[in-house]
Design a protein around this ligand. Structure first.
Ligand SMILES: [Zn+2]
Length: 191
């Protein structure tokens, strides 16, 4: 937490009414701003610190609706405020969301790089690996084990990867109770 010098000056000038707020602000690290000789209003000072794309990545904590409104108009400035003794981090402003989307589509990966990524993936056979991963996932998920206990035994006899066998060993303990339950249900159904 930091408080710019101008904020401290403003709180000082407001006297007794904001003495408590001043004491709290004094506990924060003092941030030197560009208004060292001529202090400006607190809001103006904070806005100057987040100008030019908020280069120091400040969050602004304020209960001032007017200041909040101005902060939301700038992209990339997280806003903190208090509701009933709870500090709340506001959700990113529409302005910030638009900014991030533009950054993702335009700046982070230019079109020619996107194309070369696709080409490189094909070259290295990574596109195939992705397909294999999908198949593996399906096997891992499999059908509901409780719905086909007998079938499952058959598949283990056919022989599978050792890792799959280990997994099953672990699961067996957990499933034992359930399996007994299932047998009971099946018996009941048979009777
Ligand atoms: Zn200042």
């Amino acid at each position: 937490m930091q408080a710019p010098r101008c904020i401290l000056k403003e709180l000082e000038s407001l006297g007794k009414a904001l003495y408590g707020a001043k004491l709290i602000a004094q506990r924060f690290q003092v941030r030197s701003c560009s208004h060292h000789k001529d202090p400006v209003g607190g809001s103006e000072c904070l806005l100057s610190m987040i100008a030019d794309g908020n280069p120091h990545h400040f969050f602004i904590a304020t209960q001032d609706q007017e200041l909040s409104h101005k902060v939301k108009k700038k992209a990339g400035v997280p806003l903190l405020f208090i509701i009933q003794n709870t500090m709340v981090l506001d959700k990113p402003s529409p302005k910030s969301l638009v900014f991030v989307q533009k950054l993702q589509t335009n700046q982070l990966v230019p079109d020619h790089q996107k194309q070369s990524i696709v080409q490189l993936k094909e070259k290295e056979g990574l596109a195939k690996q992705e397909g294999e991963k999908r198949r593996k996932r399906k096997r891992a998920g499999g059908p509901n084990p409780l719905s086909c206990l007998k079938k499952k035994k058959k598949t283990t006899q056919e022989g599978q990867e050792p890792s799959a066998a280990k997994k099953k060993r672990r699961k067996r303990k957990r499933n034992r109770v359930k399996a007994e339950d299932m047998q009971l249900v099946q018996k009941n159904e048979g009777e």
